[in-house]
Design a protein around this ligand. Sequence first.
Ligand SMILES: NC(=O)c1ccc[n+]([C@@H]2O[C@H](COP(=O)([O-])OP(=O)(O)OC[C@H]3O[C@@H](n4cnc5c(N)ncnc54)[C@H](OP(=O)(O)O)[C@@H]3O)[C@@H](O)[C@H]2O)c1
Length: 392
Amino acid sequence: MKKIVILGSTGSIGTNALDIIAKFPGTFQAVGLTAGTNVEKLEEQIRAFSPAAVAMADDAAAARLRARCKGLTTTILSGADGLRQVATMPEADLVISAIVGGAGLVPTLAAIKAGKFIALANKEPMVMAGRLMQDEARKHGVRIFPVDSEHSALFQSMEGHRAEDILRLILTASGGPLWNMTKEQLQHVTVEQALKHPNWKMGDKITIDSATLMNKGLEVVEARWLFDIPASKIEVVVHRESIIHSLVEYQDRSVIAQLGLPDMRTPIAYAMNYPARIPLDLPSLNLAQIGTLTFFDPDHDKFPCLGLGYEALRTGGTMPAVLNAANEVAVQAFLDRRIGYLDIAGTIRRTMDAHQPAEVATIEDALGADAWARAKSGEIVDSLSTSPSVVH
Ligand SMILES: NC(=O)c1ccc[n+]([C@@H]2O[C@H](COP(=O)([O-])OP(=O)(O)OC[C@H]3O[C@@H](n4cnc5c(N)ncnc54)[C@H](OP(=O)(O)O)[C@@H]3O)[C@@H](O)[C@H]2O)c1
């Protein structure tokens, strides 16, 4: 029986992981769960899975949860220390890191330092402090299994091959809901349009990241650290159908890919039960029915966020953490209808331009850059939020 902690259990990845745990009770047990503020959902999960402990980032939400769960055996913790305690529970074999954004860095790193194997969905910490996380993982004998479908595909396409034979990693991108819009149309994109992803049902933040292609920019950085491959060997191809999840080219020009219908339960299950595969009750891929798979080069002019990801990676040091924080602030401001869609890239660009990159030697360096970038991009958002580019 594998004992599992889920950081971010109430989110899209978290609920998919719990769905797998519920279907395979003899294989997995949920021993710890965490959430931000969603009391109702976490209560439901406590009643369904009876974890030994849960934590909520928000103290007031945890107090409400305690009142609703009186008489139950689950320990309810709160705040940063509560998250850390659940992330490092002695009985846990695997921590599924599925908090959204930089908020996942501290608990995920704590889990690594406690020697927990990680199933990593939360890509933002890898962007902020990838080298540091991998150094700690090596030091503590920890394996980090990718959950992101693209990185899971790369991981699967590398199994049984020699790292020194790799020529290129090719990440596929769906292009998101706005791919076919003109630059003029992109000026007037609404939140509802940007949230309408053609292939994947995900949390709001990553769905907006997909609409700007920043998700792919973050994934390029994530791939660099997960697989220890330089940016010059990581490419992106737009593949609208999301059937090929990513590809690896080897020096004999052989290309290995992983395919499947777009359902996150497949990569989540692989990371949870590596190397064994779980018999998931999902439809089979029917290539004849799909008929055509299409591929395009990314359009850097319409979608500059992908290029910002590469730029931050090449600059290195604190710049990727700045990119990530500015993106989080800008995406939230867009979701709150304070800035327009095109202002997301503009805010990140201006924040990166104002930053003097420094080395990330400690977690404090990454967190310091994160705090600086949140303040800077917050100022930029304030200055933009009365602009006419906001679409209500
Ligand atoms: N969704 C996907 O299909 C997918 C695919 C690949 C990678 N990922 C990555 O996986 C991560 C999670 O994505 P998601 O779509 O599952 O996000 P989501 O649906 O928004 O869920 C986020 C989770 O994080 C918790 N949370 C939010 N803010 C927090 C904070 N400050 N402190 C502690 N917990 C906090 C939320 O709790 P509440 O519910 O209480 O707010 C929720 O449990 C992201 O990094 C994303 O890029 C997702």
